[in-house]
Structures are given as C-alpha cells and as structure tokens.
Design a protein around this ligand. Structure first.
Ligand SMILES: Nc1ncnc2c1ncn2[C@@H]1O[C@H](COP(=O)(O)OP(=O)(O)OP(=O)(O)O)[C@@H](O)[C@H]1O
Ligand SMILES: [Mg+2]
Length: 270
C-alpha cells in the first residue's frame, strides 16, 4: 500500500518519516530558538529547561544542537527516560562516562561527581547531560540532580544540564521542594507550535525531501492539517501521511481538502 502511494505521487521515498538527518530538519522558529538556546546552554555550562507539547520537537531540537557541537570537545550523556530504576541517575551517569557504578549511594555520588569533573579537568571536554521526558522525574531524582549541579559549592555547575519535558515540568519545578534546583535554572524555553504558515512550509519541506518540489497539498488542505494537528510536527506528519493515503485512494493527483478531512476523521483526535 505505502509503495503504491509512493509511486502514485512519484516520491523517491515516503515523506513525513522521522528519520531526518539534522541537516534536513525544517527550521521553523520554535525549532531554531530551541537549538540556539541549547547551544548557549552548553557554552555556558548552564542549567536549562525546555518544554513543549507531545510531539512539538523537543528531542529533535536537542539532537540538532548536539549534532553541531565539536565532537572531540564535548561529552553527551543522554538519558532517554528517567525511569532508570532504584540505582538512580547517578549510576546511569557513571555508566555513560565509562565507570562501573559503586554499590553504596554515598560512594556512587562521589564517583559520579568525580567522573563529571574529570571530563572537563583532564580531558578538556564539556559535558552535556540531557534528561529527556523529565516530567517523569520523581522528587528523589530531582534532588539527585540538584546535588550533582551543586558539586562545586555553588560555583559554576560542572556540566550543562538540559531537562526536556512536557509543559507540566515547569509547574513541577516551581513546587516548593524543588526551589533550590529551580533557582539555578538559567534558561527556560517553551517550544511553541508552528504557525499556519510554518506548517505549510513544513509540509512543503517534507514533500520536497521526498523528491517533489511542486505544489501537492492545496491551501485548504494545509489549513485543515494545521488546525487538526495544532501545529505540532509529529501530529502534522501523521495527518499529512494519512492525507496522502486518502488522496491516493481517491485517485487524486493532489491532496485536496476532502483528503485532508478524511485523514482527520481517520486519525481521530490528533
Ligand atoms: N524541525 C523539524 N524538522 C522536521 N521534522 C521535525 C522537526 N521537529 C520535529 N519533527 C518531527 O516531529 C517528530 C516529533 O519530534 P520530537 O520527537 O522531537 O518531539 P518531542 O517534543 O520530543 O515529543 P515527545 O513529547 O513525544 O517526546 C519527529 O520524529 C520528527 O519527525
Ligand atoms: Mg521527545
């Protein structure tokens, strides 16, 4: 089926996939701003919180920023999911930095701090610790992060820390018990959804990457996809892909409003 859709529209590959290389990403404002801020955060060894709705492009922005860093001068510790079990974030960090996590917690904390310090002191590398899905961090883990960033007695954090999460993360950090960490956050950014114009340009970008540079989605189809997808890249991808399938089933050469409407009712809720 997908193969038929692909050849119906003359695509070199099916558009709206998620396997884009950093250089092929669409540079709408929310994306550019997020990347610029993350780059700044690394340079400043700061603590930052980047939030956004599900599928707004948080992980993609972090990966794009990391791709631009000089690899020999940076160490990335990326924790895709904070649900790392009882041994906690310290063990993850130690493992990522090539250590064998010590058993007792106090020793483990010292070990994580030491390894983080070594990366910069001995190897001249800046460390970026990215905690994705950070809205899932439990209070104990937030406290662990605070202790780590505090290692040098309130002077600069020994690494850059980026928390990525859903909008609820911001509110959670504001709760009294996390005030100590929240006060150290130097950078906050909420990735906005794409504007209607950006969604149109985004869809055109994906279509072009698939080998078609002419107009394939009608304006009213784009308006519907934007509205139903709320300008969120992942939702827009899903709807646009579904609209292509509907247009194919209709034997239509373009994705018109009817195909977009069909896609929306089939993708219900997105
Ligand atoms: N700048 C971009 N250019 C092209 N595609 C993008 C861009 N940003 C996001 N996408 C697409 O949107 C999808 C969702 O992005 P991403 O995974 O970064 O969202 P997220 O905010 O991390 O979502 P979640 O809350 O589910 O973790 C990506 O897989 C990619 O296909
Ligand atoms: Mg993500």
């Amino acid at each position: 089926m997908i193969d038929q859709v692909r050849s119906h529209f003359g695509f070199s590959k099916m558009p709206f996939g998620k396997d884009l290389s950093p250089s092929a990403l669409h540079r709408h404002e929310g994306h550019r701003e997020a990347v610029a801020r993350i780059t700044f955060l690394v340079a400043e060894q700061a603590i930052g919180v980047v939030t956004g709705e599900v599928g707004s492009g948080k992980t993609v922005a972090a990966r794009a920023a990391v791709a631009e860093l000089e690899a020999s001068r940076h160490t990335l510790v990326y924790l895709p999911n904070p649900a790392v079990g009882a041994r906690g974030l310290y063990a993850e960090i130690v493992t990522h930095l090539g250590g064998e996590p010590r058993f007792h917690k106090a020793a483990l904390i010292a070990q994580a701090t030491e390894l983080l310090g070594k990366e910069s002191a001995e190897r001249g590398r800046r460390v970026l610790l990215v905690v994705d899905e950070a809205h899932l961090l439990d209070p104990g883990q937030l406290e662990e992060l605070r202790l780590l960033t505090n290692a040098e007695l309130d002077s600069k954090s020994p690494f850059a820390l980026l928390l990525l999460g859903q909008p609820a993360l911001r509110a959670r950090l504001r709760l009294g018990s996390f005030a100590a960490l929240d006060q150290r956050v130097q950078l906050r950014y909420a990735i906005p959804p794409m504007s209607p114009e950006e969604t149109a340009s985004y869809v055109g970008h994906h279509v072009k990457l698939a080998g078609r540079s002419d107009t394939l989605f009608s304006d009213d189809a784009l308006a519907r996809v934007h509205q139903a997808g709320r300008g969120l890249p992942r939702a827009v991808n899903n709807l646009a892909r579904q609209a292509l399938v509907a247009a194919f089933a209709n034997r239509s050469a373009i994705v018109d409003e009817k195909a977009a409407r069909q896609a929306i009712s089939e993708t219900d809720g997105e």
